[in-house]
Design a protein around this ligand. Sequence first.
Ligand code: GDP
Length: 182
Amino acid sequence: MADSFDDGCDYLFKAVLIGDSAVGKSNLLSRFARDEFRLDSKPTIGVEFAYRNIKVGDKLIKAQIWDTAGQERFRAITSSYYRGALGALLVFDITRRATFGSLKKWIMELREFGDSDMVIVLVGNKSDLGNNREVGEEEGRSLAEKEGLCFMETSALENLNVEEAFMQMITKIHEITSQKSL
Ligand code: GDP
């Protein structure tokens, strides 16, 4: 990671995207990455990631966001994927109840491999497909409350709430990190 830490940033954060296949993880990441992002990959462990520089208060933060590059299809997410991650966007598809049903398994995995104070934002994606909705917004919100997660519905297709979901995670990580360094 040190090679990318070269442009005067105050902090470098790693965060991961997680959730079932085809819920929209890579589309959310490319939305958030926009043109200013560099998409990159680590073929050795089969992940893709993107960077973005963000100003929070007077600090410049470089967020490095990892995507599974489809490996979740094979249940092949390893502990190295989670190592050092301070945040996670846990994504499900509001039009496929099975992806909501898998969340318990993903939460267990995050708790097992992730940092104990990892910031997790639960994301119900594809909010543009309201007519095909299988999971109510209230269901997402109440699971998030029960598990102590943040919650947001997004549409990667229509670019709704995508920036907000990532920013919620990044600002919270910044809060926790700056408290620790006091
Ligand atoms: P991943 O496997 O979780 O990375 O999912 P992808 O980002 O590859 O998306 C899977 C499919 O869902 C693709 O056909 C996308 O075009 C579609 N998709 C992703 N996000 C949205 C969204 O917000 N709305 C709609 N309608 N389709 C989406």
